[in-house]
Design a protein around this ligand. Sequence first.
Ligand code: FAD
Length: 101
Amino acid sequence: MSSVQNRPGVWAVGDCAEIPKANGKETYAPTAQNATREGTWLARNVNAVLRGRVPRPFRYKMLGQLALLSHRRAIADLLGLKIEGFIAWAIWWAIYTLKLP
Ligand SMILES: Cc1cc2nc3c(=O)[nH]c(=O)nc-3n(C[C@H](O)[C@H](O)[C@H](O)COP(=O)(O)OP(=O)(O)OC[C@H]3O[C@@H](n4cnc5c(N)ncnc54)[C@H](O)[C@@H]3O)c2cc1C
């Protein structure tokens, strides 16, 4: 998430913005996890700029990934902890349900 070069007042966020990994070579996959966090950061930065302050760079740390495999089975990698099966599905279900507006 950042302001677009040579385009004052234009910001890129979500799938329109790349988030570089620490190695500087790769970027994170465009996901809703990234987009929602970037959105919050973008709001703060736009607010800061409108008040004459300097925007702060977006720093990203992936919290984890979840994938549904089948009925009540999933895999999860949460902060490096790998889980599979029903417990992973229950976490997947809880997180996705909580994130629904
Ligand atoms: C099949 C699929 C599965 C996915 N599964 C996951 C997942 O499990 N977990 C995860 O984290 N991410 C997942 N993603 C990725 C995630 O959906 C995107 O990264 C996220 O939605 C990006 O958010 P965004 O706000 O950048 O874009 P979007 O959510 O695409 O929002 C852009 C919005 O802009 C609107 N729009 C477009 N053009 C115009 C226009 N000219 N004028 C006005 N409005 C316009 C669109 O209608 C849309 O509502 C999945 C994506 C796909 C396609």
